[in-house]
Design a binder for this molecule. Sequence first.
Ligand SMILES: *[C@@H]1O[C@H](CO)[C@@H](O)[C@H](O)[C@H]1NC(C)=O
Ligand SMILES: *[C@@H]1O[C@H](CO)[C@@H](O)[C@H](O)[C@H]1NC(C)=O
Ligand SMILES: *[C@@H]1O[C@H](CO)[C@@H](O)[C@H](O)[C@H]1NC(C)=O
Ligand SMILES: [Cu+2]
Length: 702
Amino acid sequence: MFFPRALKALALALQLRVTIALDTCPTAVTTYTDGTGAQYAICADTDLQGTTAVATQNVASTAACAQLCSANSTCIRAVYDTSRKVCHIKDTAATLTWVSNTRYDVISLNNQFSEGTVIARCVFSETSYTGARGTFQTCPGTDLQGASARIVTGVASSAACAKLCDATSGCDKAVFDKSVSVCHIKDTTAMLIWAMNKRYDVIQRKVAATPAATGQWSDIIRLPIIPVAAYVVPESPDTSRMLIFAAWGGTTFGGAGGETQFADYNWKTGTVSQKTISNTNHDMFCPGISQLEDGRIIITGGSDAEKTSIYNPKTNTFARGPDMKVARGYQSSTTLSDGRVFTIGGSYSGGYGGKDGEIYDPATNTWTFLAGAEVDVMLTDDHEGIWREDNHGWLYGWKNGSVFQAGPSRTQHWYGTAGTGSVVQAATRDTDDAMCGINVMYDVGKILSAGGASDYDASTAWKTAHITTIGEPNQGSTVEKVSDMAYARAFGNGVVLPDGTVLVTGGQKVAHVFTDTDGALAAELFNPTTKTWKTLASAAVARNYHSVSLLLPDGTVFSGGGGLCYVGSKGASDAACNLAVNHADGQIFTPPYLFNSDNTAATRPVISSVSSYSMRVGSNLSVTMGSAAGGVKFSLVRIGSATHSINTDQRRIPIGTTTQSGTQYSFTLEKDSGILLPGYYYLFALSSTGVPSVAKTIQITL
Ligand SMILES: *[C@@H]1O[C@H](CO)[C@@H](O)[C@H](O)[C@H]1NC(C)=O
Ligand SMILES: *[C@@H]1O[C@H](CO)[C@@H](O)[C@H](O)[C@H]1NC(C)=O
Ligand SMILES: *[C@@H]1O[C@H](CO)[C@@H](O)[C@H](O)[C@H]1NC(C)=O
Ligand SMILES: [Cu+2]
């Protein structure tokens, strides 16, 4: 008698004293789905301890309590008391502790995406309202974050808000605030971000998509880490994967972490996997990246500032490379005409100033310092000083081992890599620096640059664009100011398309690291023939500091990233971070050239085979096409790597004269390895109407 009773008392005491907070439901989760499609997870036999906002008596069942929560515009979590039949709507701001307790059932809003998640498509059932100006679609449980042009109180329903939008000239988007019956007529000139938020309904005027005119963005691709840096894995004859990386953390950084978070994204299958690369003891956050002749990728410096890692696409592994002579972070690097790699600058990490050039030779696997390749002439005049002034050089490997530095400094230079190195001024590009502007060689010796700002941070961005033309090394470059972009962009990204146009995405009006303020969601396309810009479709997510873009082999463009929060040291908490500017995702943009004028998908030319997939510069090549249609043109676009608005690997080399015989086209490749840098290239065929094929990958050797 005595013994069991004592045990029972002990068990009771333990139960009272030890409340173990749950992080997963210990029972089988069931789901309540409301009329809009919003889902509530029900975890039986558990309780949420903490403040109740409103308790409703005589509620018949857990499902009825879920229904009450669903009907309340701000209820995210509720608890049903099965013994007293009370539904507790919990205070959204309170800290709640989840514990086991057979008396209660916990109900929580559990949509596919959590509250605050940015979306590009409505994930609930939409309703529509048709008025004088057309049909307005209402997506419940979502918000358009951004400025309102007009705020109207006392509006009864989302349908009434839609009606008001219809009656308001120019209103294309509105948001109904269910909790206070307010209709927000949105300012369509402001950056508007569509995100999950139960309190609101988003109303949008239905407009026919016009991808033939403005291109088209895919749905958001959710990734396990933020794409701060990324490169397409050089593989022949077809590429299918991109390696994406951040820092020791996938969403945070700080300190030299000795390892790096990577994601492997296969765009063909849509699969994404994550891995930590630690065998090179290298935190590769904020590095230089260059593709070698054999397709290996050398990643230099960054948070572990003297270290280097070399990725081998054939084995899908990383090996530690030799340390640089100078510790660097935010340097950039470029492959040279002889296959070596030049790097310069990088005072962001590893000490300030004096970061003259050095050369990596893959043949000897060594670095050599070039005292004559002086960095001082290419410094910007940044209000934060040297830390920022030698960052992200716009480097282009060119003829005879030379390097052309096109920016971001206002002056341009030629670096020589023979002996101990040299530097001479080439021209003045502009009267201001253009830190974190885009720059891309879209044609032989033709560099488009645009945007950027005088200073790295807290600096008004430019709309300005220039074309720089280079010829022989050490000769003056020619700079032509062309039309401004429609949007000012600091931290934007530029990608050359197979037809020589340049797609610019992302960036913000005033450079502010770790913010999305006034982000340009609309893409712009530069046409080098007319030297003008065209505004294209808008992305769903702002892409600013720490974002990337890369050309894919099907002529589409991956645009992703932005954010990565500084937490001081490895493993530190992200509690103080603004997670709303962390974008562990991407979207794929399909340019207008992939559509017919009626907006249907254009028929692509098809490359059936190429006479060789690895050949020396100056070789003859023949390409067999899937049909004998004439007027096909070809271009080579070097496979890209991107971080911090820099992509020194990409460049486009159009193919000149071709001879056609039936389905076969023959041509001779450029023979100067300074123009046709060694490495892996996409080979595109373009139809007579400018529709690109899916590229085959060919390797160019010395
Ligand atoms: C709706 O839920 C909130 C908590 O999110 C609560 O404060 C409010 O009182 C509830 N409203 C009604 C009418 O129950
Ligand atoms: C190539 O560069 C070297 C070293 O600067 C120089 O001596 C040589 O004259 C250059 N060759 C040509 C063809 O310009
Ligand atoms: C390429 O073809 C042309 C024309 O047939 C020929 O004259 C030239 O020698 C060839 N070049 C090479 C590198 O084979
Ligand atoms: Cu950075």
